[in-house]
Design a protein around this ligand. Structure first.
Ligand SMILES: Cc1ncc(COP(=O)(O)O)c(C=O)c1O
Length: 382
C-alpha cells in the first residue's frame, strides 16, 4: 500500500494473506469469504478452477472434515453442517419434499422425532413411526408417496441394533432411499454405506469430534445425493464454522484410539453391572460388529432403588445431556433426549423414570466400574 491515512492503515495492517510455506497442520480458514485478484479469477470459481467463494457454501476446513468422515465411512462424498440435527434435516430434504412420506423407526433420538413429527410435518412431509423390529411392519407402512426409510444403526437410548441388510433389501424392493444415523456406532464399529445404506448421518458433536467442545453434523453418501444435500445446506444456511470444522477434524484423528478404549471400557462395565444388586436391566448390544458393540451402556434401576440418590452418588461422573466425550458421563433420557416423545411412546419403548444412559469414557475401567457399583448400592440404601 502506498501513502494512505492512518485509519486506512489500521484496516489493512499486516497486509494481505500471502503465505507460501505449507504448514504441518491445516490452517484455520477463519474467513467468511475468499478474495479474487480480478474478474477472470472470480469467473474461474464458477468454471470450477477455484475451490472457494463464500464460507456458507464451502470452506477448506469444512471440506477437510467432510472428506475425512466420508473416507472413514467408505462413502464417495460428504457434507458437514452446523449440528447433527441440521445434518439430518439436509439429508432428508435431499430426498423428500412437500407431499412425500417417510417411514421411521419409533425408537429414535427425541430431537429427530421432534424434527420429523413436528417441523417436517409443517413443511408437508409426513412420517409414520413404526417398530423396526419386524420388516413386515415396516413394509405395511410404505405408501405410494413414501421416499425414505429412516433409522439409527444403534438406537438412542436402548441400543437396539438395526438390521441394515433387511432395511436395504426392503428399500431396494420399493425403490426407496435409506438413511441411517450412525452416531452411536461410529465408523470405527460400523460402516452402513458399505452395506448399501444410501445416506449415513452423524451428530459429529459426539464421537467424531469426541471432546464435547463442538456442535457439528455430517452426512455422507453418493456424489449425487450429497450434491443435493450440500445445496440444501447452503440455501438453508446450515454451514459449520471454520474453527469448529478444524476442531472436529482434529478430533477425528484420534477416533480409532479413543473408540478402542471407549468400547473396551463399556464392555467391561456392562459385564460388571449385569446382575449387580439394584440394577434391573443392562442394555448393551450383543453384537454390532467384530470391532465391538459401542460405548454406551444403558441401565434400568430396580423399582426399589432411588434414582435421585443414584445420580447424587456418582462422585466424579456428572449428569450431562450429551454423550461421547472422553469423560464418563450419565444422562437421563426421560428428562432430556427423549423428553419430546409422547409419554405413552416412552412407556411402550421402555424409557421410564429408572432408565439411565451411561456414556462410558476413556478413564481406567476399574474406576468407572467402582463408581457405578457404589452408586447402585447407595441408591438401594445399603
Ligand atoms: C443419535 C443422535 N442423532 C442426532 C443427534 C442430534 O445431534 P446434535 O445435537 O449435534 O444436533 C443426537 C443428539 O444427541 C443423537 O443422540
Amino acid at each position: 500500500m502506498k501513502d494512505v491515512h492512518f485509519d486506512t492503515s489500521t484496516v489493512h495492517a499486516g497486509g494481505h494473506n500471502n503465505v507460501k510455506s505449507v504448514s504441518k497442520v491445516k490452517p484455520i480458514y477463519q474467513t467468511s469469504a475468499f478474495s479474487f485478484s480480478d474478474l477472470d479469477d472470480l469467473e474461474d470459481y464458477f468454471r470450477g478452477k477455484n475451490d472457494f467463494l463464500y464460507t456458507r457454501m464451502n470452506n477448506p476446513n469444512q471440506d477437510d472434515f467432510a472428506r475425512g468422515v466420508a473416507q472413514l465411512e467408505k462413502a464417495p462424498a460428504g457434507v458437514v453442517t452446523s449440528s447433527g440435527i441440521s445434518a439430518i434435516l439436509v439429508g432428508i430434504l435431499s430426498v423428500a419434499q412437500s407431499g412425500d412420506h417417510i417411514v421411521a423407526c419409533e425408537d429414535l433420538y427425541g430431537g429427530t422425532y421432534q424434527l420429523l413429527s413436528d417441523d417436517l410435518k409443517s413443511f408437508g412431509i409426513e412420517t409414520s413411526f413404526v417398530s423396526f423390529n419386524d420388516v413386515n411392519e415396516i413394509e405395511k407402512s410404505i405408501r405410494p408417496n413414501t421416499k425414505l426409510l429412516y433409522s439409527e444403526s444403534v438406537t438412542n437410548p436402548l441400543l437396539r441394533v438395526e438390521d441394515l441388510g433387511a432395511l436395504v433389501g426392503l428399500a431396494k424392493k420399493h425403490r426407496l432411499t435409506t438413511m441411517i444415523d450412525n452416531t452411536f456406532a461410529t465408523p470405527f464399529v460400523l460402516q452402513p454405506y458399505t452395506q448399501g445404506v444410501d445416506l449415513v448421518v452423524h451428530s459429529a458433536t459426539k464421537y467424531l469430534n469426541g471432546h464435547s467442545d463442538v456442535t457439528a453434523g455430517v452426512v455422507v453418501g453418493s456424489e449425487e445425493l450429497i450434491a443435493k444435500a450440500k445445496s440444501k445446506m447452503t440455501h438453508l444456511g446450515c454451514n459449520l464454522g471454520p474453527f469448529d470444522a478444524w476442531l472436529a477434524s482434529r478430533g477425528l484423528k484420534t477416533l480409532s484410539v479413543r473408540m478402542e478404549r471407549h468400547v473396551a471400557n463399556a464392555k467391561a462395565l456392562a459385564g460388571e453391572l449385569n446382575g449387580t444388586k439394584g440394577i434391573k436391566k443392562v442394555y448393551y448390544p450383543e453384537f454390532v460388529s467384530e470391532k465391538g458393540n459401542g460405548a454406551i451402556v444403558t441401565i434400568e434401576l430396580d423399582d426399589s432403588s432411588d434414582v435421585h440418590t443414584f445420580f447424587k452418588s456418582l462422585d466424579w461422573v456428572h449428569i450431562v445431556p450429551t454423550l461421547a466425550g472422553v469423560e464418563t458421563t450419565v444422562s437421563y433420557p426421560l428428562g432430556t433426549s427423549h423428553r419430546s416423545l409422547p409419554a405413552d411412546m416412552c412407556e411402550t419403548l421402555g424409557i421410564n423414570k429408572n432408565v439411565i444412559r451411561i456414556s462410558v469414557g476413556i478413564e481406567n475401567a476399574e474406576d468407572i466400574i467402582e463408581v457405578f457399583k457404589k452408586a447402585s448400592q447407595t441408591a438401594l440404601g445399603l
